[in-house]
Structure formats: C-alpha cells, structure tokens
Design a protein. Structure first.
Length: 507
C-alpha cells in the first residue's frame, strides 16, 4: 500500500432534511412570491446576518431541548430575533397540542415579523381551531387573505376556508366527495395560486367528479397539465385532456402536454403532442425523438428533416441529425454525419464516432481507423475521444500490454481531466502503474482521481490504495462513520426572505 496523503479531504456531512421540509421547499418554489428580484439585496443581507442568530441556531434541536432557551429569548429579545423566538416556540407548542400556550406568543406578532406576517396569522388560526375557537379561526383566515393576498400562506388559508368545516388543522385531507360547484374560497385559490399543489389537487379532484366531455372539466385539466407534474395521477389527467378535449386545445396547451409526457417518460405520447405545439427547435426535436422512441421511424425521419430545414443552425438540430443518422441507410447516414461535421464543430466528434461504426459495418477498417484518429487529433478533449482512449487502454491491459494501457489512460486523464471517464481511467492508471512497479506514478494517479472526482466510485477505490481508512469490499459494510452535523441550517442558494426564513426555522 502507498503512504497516506498528508492532507486528507475533510468528511462532509449533510444535515438531514425532513420529508416535510422537502415538500415545503418544492411547494414554496412553485408559488408566486418565492422569488422577487426587488427583495434580493435585502434578502442577502438578512440571510448573512442569520449566521449569527441565536434563535436559528436552535432549529436543529428538538422542541423539548430548545423550549427553555426559546422562552428566555422570546422574553429578553426584541426586533427580528425576538419575533423569531416567539414564532418558533409557538409553532412547537402547536405541534405538541399545546395551542393554548401558542396563542399569547402569536398575538400581534404579525406587526413585528412583517415578512412572515401571513404565516403568523396562519399559525394563529391553526391554534384557535385546535382549542375550539372556530369562529375566531375563520376570522383570522379571512384577515390573512385580505391583508396578505400575495402570500403563499393565503393559499393555505383559502384551502381551509373552502373545507366543509372551515378552520381545520393544517393537515386536513381533501374530502373524497367534491361538490358540483367549487366553494368560493377554492375558486379564488385556483385563480390566485394556480401552481400551488393544493390548487392542482383541487382541480384534479373536481375534474374527476365531472362527467366525460363536460366542458367545465377543460380548464381544470388544463391547470393540472400546466402545473401538476408532481401530482400522482398527472398522466391520467393528460390522457383525459387529449382524448376528450383534443379539438379545444391550443398549440400552447399541446406544448405543455408534450412537456408533461416527456418528463414522465411517455415519449410516444410526447411526440404526438409536440407535433401540434408551436414550432421551435425543442418542440420539433422532441416531436421527432418521441416518434422515434414510439416506434414510428418513418414519421420521425420526416420531422428530423423538418427540424434541419427550419432551424439549420440550432444545437437541437445537431442532436436531431445524429438521431436521424441512426434511422437512415448507410449512404444517407454518412451524408448526414458529414453535414454535422461541417456545420456543428462541437458535435463533430460524436458524428465521427457514428461514421466509424458505419465504416466498420461496411468492412472499411482503414477508413474507420482514420475517422477515430481524427477524433483524437482534432477533438482530443471530447467525450468521444475519452471513450476511445479508455476502450483502447482496457484492450491493451487485457492483452497484458500495460505499458500501452498506461499510455492511453494517461492521454485521457491529461486531455480531459474532468470527464467522468477520467475517474475510471485514473484509477486503472494507478493500478497498472503498480503492476509496472511505478509506485510514485500510481500515487499521483490515485490522488488525482480523489482530487478531481471526489464523489466517484473510483475515488473510493483510489482512496483504498492511498491507505485511507475508508474500508474495502470486504470491510466497508461494518463501518459506522461518525457524522458531524452542522449546528444550523445553511441558507438556500436563492429565494425570498419568507422562504429563507421558514427554511432556516426548520419548517
């Protein structure tokens, strides 16, 4: 084994994020007030200051662990820190079914915690409902919707107001049976917050309650198509929309439907939808690719050719032409590939790879070899060149020619050190160097893999040969590494103050 590196990479432990937090972040990112450029400067300064917040430093503790500290901070501190302490403690009490203790903390808090005022009122209504003050809870929810109409908290308030018994707890489920007419609050929710998951769920359930071909279902299904990608029955909504309301759909609708089918990997349906979407490089490429994956090769050829004719210089066209070559006979495919080489230098290496494969099939090994040589000489840093070098290195190693294998692997690592294949090549470069009794070269190779590809499987294998205590195939299962979790949450890379604040609270 080789000597351990003097400066090992630190072990990075990520704080666990609850499923609820993940759902919250996704929900918040999809709503209207999550990102406001005008707030960005203020947001950045506040978030930087949050690193020294004594309240937010308690976010990763349990409610029982932090109760005393929060109570003390809520009494002693004023301004933002005092508001944070009151909100966090009140939320803990609500979650522990002690809403009677939460209400005094929330009283008037919206005035001093303005950026979370909507959520303060939402928590107050939740606490009021929990202790049986239903009328007060409804009044608070109405105050929220009227005073903070753009807050995402208003979306939750409108949802609760539309339930058969308004003012129910936050986790109340949507009733199984929907009324024929939506409650006014839910109609307002669908209009004001169309992308909110609650809106999408209501729209889907309401559409499902209507008879087939009922015109009232069309706008509801449209809403699901545009905003409901994460809904568990999303494709069911798309299928109904396309089968029952096809003639009423606009080109923009078809693009949204195509996107939905594409993202859910229903490529054949996506191709059919994208054909009817507004013409763009992406829609035409996906229309062709969808038809190709759906087994409609002839139709795909026509759409790929249309893409080339309509958008001759766009990057999607290069991808389309590479796919087109797979659907053509050898002569036409070579002509298509030659066109890519001439018109799209950044995709020329990929085209040369396909060209070489066709030449191999045509029993033209010299021409195929020349095509591959062109890749190595003209596009040495390309993924295609990396693939060729790794294949050649492995072939040489299999034949016992480790000197040649080392040469090919080193060429790959030097020409494309960040390519994902460089991790594999670097590891084997180290292994083969050891076979050749070159420990210093092996150490350099293993260190480079760890340095450039720390998350790679080959980084772990390289670390074994550097004598790192990371286990091996026989021992790693018994390892129980200690994780040093951060004391507080790290701010999100972007987002409004409200999003950042709630996330840092652990909500």
């Amino acid at each position: 084994m080789l000597k351990t590196l003097k400066n090992k990479w630190p072990i990075i432990a990520l704080a666990g994020v609850s499923a609820l937090s993940i759902v919250f972040v996704v929900t918040f990112l999809k709503t209207t007030d999550a990102f406001k450029p005008s707030e960005q400067v203020e947001t950045e300064s506040i978030i930087k200051a949050a690193a020294n917040s004594p309240v937010l430093s308690l976010a990763n503790q349990s409610a029982a662990q932090r109760e005393a500290a929060l109570g003390d901070l809520a009494q002693r501190l004023s301004g933002l820190e005092g508001a944070r302490a009151r909100y966090m403690l009140a939320t803990d009490y609500i979650n522990q079914a002690q809403s009677d203790k939460a209400l005094p903390l929330l009283e008037g808090l919206e005035g001093s915690y303005k950026d979370l005022a909507g959520y303060v009122l939402l928590r107050r209504a939740q606490a009021q409902s929990a202790i049986g003050q239903s009328e007060a809870a409804i009044a608070t929810l109405n105050q929220l919707t009227q005073s903070y109409p753009d807050s995402t908290a208003t979306a939750e308030a409108l949802y609760k107001l539309g339930l058969p018994t308004a003012g129910l707890p936050a986790n109340s489920a949507l009733p199984d049976s929907q009324p024929v007419a939506l409650p006014d609050a839910w109609a307002q929710l669908l209009q004001a917050f169309p992308s909110h998951p609650l809106s999408v769920n209501i729209a889907f359930r309401q559409a499902a309650s209507l008879k087939p071909n009922d015109d009232a279902a069309l706008p509801l299904l449209r809403q699901v198509a545009y905003h409901g990608l994460e809904h568990p029955q999303y494709t069911q909504a798309l299928n109904r929309l396309t089968s029952q309301y096809s003639s009423a759909l606009t080109p923009e609708d078809w693009e949204a439907i195509g996107f939905g089918y594409w993202e859910t990997q229903n490529y054949a349906q996506a191709g059919e939808a994208y054909i009817k979407a507004p013409g763009s490089p992406r829609t035409q490429y996906r229309a062709a690719r969808g038809k190709e994956r759906g087994g409609k090769g002839r139709e795909a050829v026509r759409v790929y050719q249309l893409l080339d004719k309509t958008f001759p210089e766009h990057p999607e066209t290069a991808s389309g032409l590479l796919n087109l070559a797979d659907l053509q006979d050898d002569a036409a495919a070579i002509a298509t590939l030659d066109s890519i080489i001439e018109r799209f230098p950044d995709r020329a290496a990929d085209a040369l790879v396909k060209r070489a494969e066709i030449l191999d099939e045509l029993k033209s090994p010299d021409s195929a070899k020349q095509a591959r040589a062109s890749i190595l000489s003209q596009y040495p840093a390309s993924a295609a060149a990396a693939n060729i070098r790794l294949k050649q290195a492995n072939a040489n190693a299999k034949n016992g020619d480790y000197t040649a294998a080392i040469s090919w692997a080193r060429q790959l690592v030097e020409a494309a050190p960040q390519d994902e294949l460089a991790a594999e090549a670097g590891f084997w470069l180290g292994k083969w160097s050891l076979r050749q009794n070159q420990p210093d070269e092996a150490r350099k190779a293993f260190e480079q893999v760890v340095r450039n590809h720390p998350e790679s499987y080959y980084s772990w294998r390289s670390a074994i040969y550097l004598d790192w205590n990371v286990g091996n195939f026989d021992t790693v299962r018994s390892f129980q590494p200690e994780l040093a979790l951060p004391a507080r949450r790290t701010p999100l890379p972007t987002g409004s103050f409200a999003l950042q604040e709630l996330y840092l609270h652990g909500r």
